[in-house]
Each structure stands twice: as C-alpha cells, then as structure tokens.
Design a protein around this ligand. Structure first.
Ligand code: ADP
Length: 399
C-alpha cells in the first residue's frame, strides 16, 4: 500500500510517497516558494533528482504538480493516482481535542480550525494542504497526524503554567509540546537500538534542527517537553529565542515602540543563535565563523549547548534517572562539535563521549558514548514521514 505524506508550510510543501509494506520511499520532494516568484519543485525518485521552476500561485497548484511528477511518464513512480491509497497530513497543533492521529472528517477539520488560534501560522496552511488534496482526490481517505499528540501523557503538574487557573479553564493555556512524531520515533528506535525494554526505560530525546525541542520519555511516554503552548518556548533555536523572562516583551515594546505582535515576530524569526551571533541561524555557518575567530558565533554555539545541557539535567530529575540520551534532526545528527559541547556539561554524571566515534557519526545510527559511560549517548536519525505514514496506515487499513 502506498501512502502519500504531506507536510505543508506557509510557502512550501514537502511530500514523500512511502510503500508501507517495505517502508521504502518511492519518491520525495519539496515545492518551495509557493505563491512567490521563482517557485520550484525539487523531486527525488529512482535515484534521480529533478529540479524545475514552475509557477505555483497556491498550494493547490503545488499539489497538482506533485501529482503530475508522481505519475509522469518518464520519471513517475506510479501509473495513476489510484495507486495512492491514503494521504497522511502533518498537522502542527491538536490542542486538547486530539491526542492521537485522526481520520479527517468535516468535524475534525472544524476542530483543527479551532486550534488554529493556538498555532495561526501552522494549522491554517495544514488545512489548505488537506483541502487542496481533497479537491483533487475526493475519495481518498486522509489522516491528520498531530505534532502535539505524543505529549498527551504529560502530567498536569508539568503542563500547567503557574498562571491564573481560569486561563487554563477558559482558554486552554498550557504546555502542549511539538515534534511529537519525531520524539516518538526516536525514543522507540533508541530503545530497540540499545536493547532496552521501552516499557522500563528513561530516555531523553534531543530533536535539534532549525526548530528544536527536548523530550523526557519515561517507559515510552512523553512526561515533559521543552516547547510549550507554541513552539517558541524551550531551548535556544535557529531563529527562536526559547525561554525568556516574559517581561522582556513589554520592556522592549516600549523602548523600540513595537507592538506585541512585532516583538513576538522578532522572538520567532530574528532571535535564537541568529539573534546572538548577528550572523546566521545555520550551525554550519556558525562553526566556520567561530573557527575564524568570530566571538559572537562562539557565544551563540556555547549558549545553545549550555541550554540543551540544562534541559537534559532537569529531565534527569523529572524522570528520577536516565538510561540514554538520543540526538536527532539536522544539528543533532550532523553537528559533531555541538554534541561534544553538550555532553561536556554532563561529565559530572559520568557521561563520557567516545570522541573518535562522535566525530565520524554524521547522519547515521551510532552509540557515541564510551563503553564505561554511566549513560548511553546515541545518534538516531529521525523519520517523521515514516511515523505519519504508519499512523495513516493503521487508521485506513480496515476502512
Ligand atoms: P527543520 O526540519 O527544523 O527545518 P532540520 O532538522 O533539517 O531543520 O535542521 C536544519 C539545521 O541543521 C540547519 O539549519 C543547520 O543548522 C543544521 N545542520 C544541517 N547539516 C549540518 C551539518 N553538517 N553540520 C552542522 N549543522 C548542520
């Protein structure tokens, strides 16, 4: 059975066509700069990469082009759209409505729209992606897989903010957490890889990408995570500030004559390691600049590693112990020196990195701690698309 996975951003659409039986990726790609000039599709199939500038005024036109590529006479991988049995959509925020993946119905869409209030930038484009697919494939079952769902098990003492309780009752203001599909996949894989019983394990998963979050996974369940009501909370990210004193918002709004929306936009898009370094949100650029003696790039890298280590320490306390730490996503899988800087903070616990293995581990599964390290540290590449495809399959297989 082939499942198409769709991940819609405001001006991009990522897709993967997955054969669920053997978990192979038949085709994958991204439509970028949708609704902007020079929109482009980058398509990968049969070990070939095709890149084409095509006008894509909206997401529906992008989906149409994806379908054309998938069924193309030369570089297509399926004969017709009938070979796609279901579509899985990544949906960022499920609020308190959805703590598991759902077959999409009108009622589900209404509730996702209600949650849009909590993630205005994300949920609305996720719905646009769904509607575009539905227009073109009205009879194909579609499933929503929520970034928040894996965190359903976080206890109230951890998800509640110390604010007037009515705010939670009236507006559902609380920690939700994100990257759930990644934390779920990586924690399960880590247990398998290390031969741990997932039902009797304490694992900290560090999803370090452009957006980053950390999760305390006890016995296979999320019990705390660093992102909150929105993805802005937690560790320092590429362009997001992570935790700050909320009073900064009022202070800087007055000083620079900005609205709250403008300040929040800066916290989302111009802060993080980009903000500190004044240079870049990309850790490759920061490493290069640091090596060339750029002090702010060095500071940004150090601040990032320090914050990650602090969260790891606090989640060890939250779980009353730890078996393993797993790194994943763009930075976690590739940035060898950042991993080293993070683990250095944990030496007092007897966590020891095998430097040689760490340096060589780029984008592959590996144990990067020494055999006598008190805690196993590993790199486990994430695969959010596969989780979305598997959840979709589980829901549609008996329809
Ligand atoms: P997202 O899915 O959140 O957009 P990714 O998980 O793809 O992000 O991570 C992207 C980030 O990973 C880049 O911005 C860059 O900082 C980092 N990255 C990717 N490759 C490397 C590398 N070889 N070395 C260091 N950092 C890297």
């Amino acid at each position: 059975m082939n499942i198409l996975v769709i991940n819609c951003g405001s001006s991009s659409l990522k897709y993967q066509l997955i054969n669920i039986e053997n978990q192979s990726v038949l085709a994958s790609g991204i439509c970028d700069r949708i609704s902007l000039d020079k929109s482009v599709i980058k398509h990968k199939a049969n070990n070939e990469k095709i890149e084409k500038e095509i006008n894509m005024p909206n997401h529906k036109s992008a989906i149409k082009i994806v379908f054309e590529f998938l069924t193309h006479i030369e570089y297509g991988v399926i004969k017709s759209l009938d070979d796609i049995k279901a579509i899985g959509h990544r949906v960022v925020h499920g609020g308190e409505y959805f703590f598991k993946s759902m077959l999409i119905t009108d009622d589900v869409i209404e509730k996702i729209k209600t949650c849009s209030d909590l993630a205005p930038l994300h949920n609305s484009v996720n719905i646009i992606g769904y509607e575009a697919c539905k227009d073109l494939m009205p009879n194909t079952p579609m499933v929503a897989v929520f970034d928040t769902a894996f965190h359903a098990t976080i206890p109230q003492k951890a998800y509640l903010y110390a604010l007037p309780y009515e705010w939670y009752e009236k507006y559902k203001i609380r920690k939700y957490g994100f990257h759930g599909t990644s934390h779920k996949f990586v924690s399960k894989k880590t247990a398998e890889f290390l031969g741990l019983d997932i039902n009797d394990s304490k694992i900290i998963t560090c999803h370090l990408g452009n957006g980053s979050s950390i999760c305390a996974v006890k016995n296979g369940q999320s019990i705390d995570t660093s992102m909150g009501l929105t993805p802005l909370e937690g560790i320092i990210m590429g362009t997001r500030s992570g935790d700050i004193d909320p009073a900064v918002i009022q202070y800087i709004a007055k000083k620079e004559n900005l609205s709250i929306d403008e300040v929040i936009n800066i916290l989302n898009k111009k802060s993080g390691v980009l903000g500190i370094s004044k240079l870049s949100s990309d850790f490759r650029d920061l490493l290069k600049a640091d090596e060339e003696g750029n002090e702010l790039a060095r500071l940004a890298r150090a601040a990032f590693a320090y914050r990650v280590a602090k969260y790891i320490g606090s989640y060890m306390a939250a779980m009353n112990g730890i078996d393993a730490i797993a790194f994943c996503a763009g930075v976690g899988e590739n940035a060898v020196y950042i991993r080293g800087m993070i683990v250095e903070h944990l030496g007092f616990l007897g966590v020891k990195l095998n430097q040689e293995v760490n340096i060589k581990t780029i984008g592959t599964e590996a144990i990067i701690s020494t055999p006598d390290s008190k805690v196993k540290v590993c790199v486990i590449p994430t695969n959010e698309e596969l989780v979305i495809a598997q959840d979709t399959y589980e829901i549609v297989k008996n329809l």
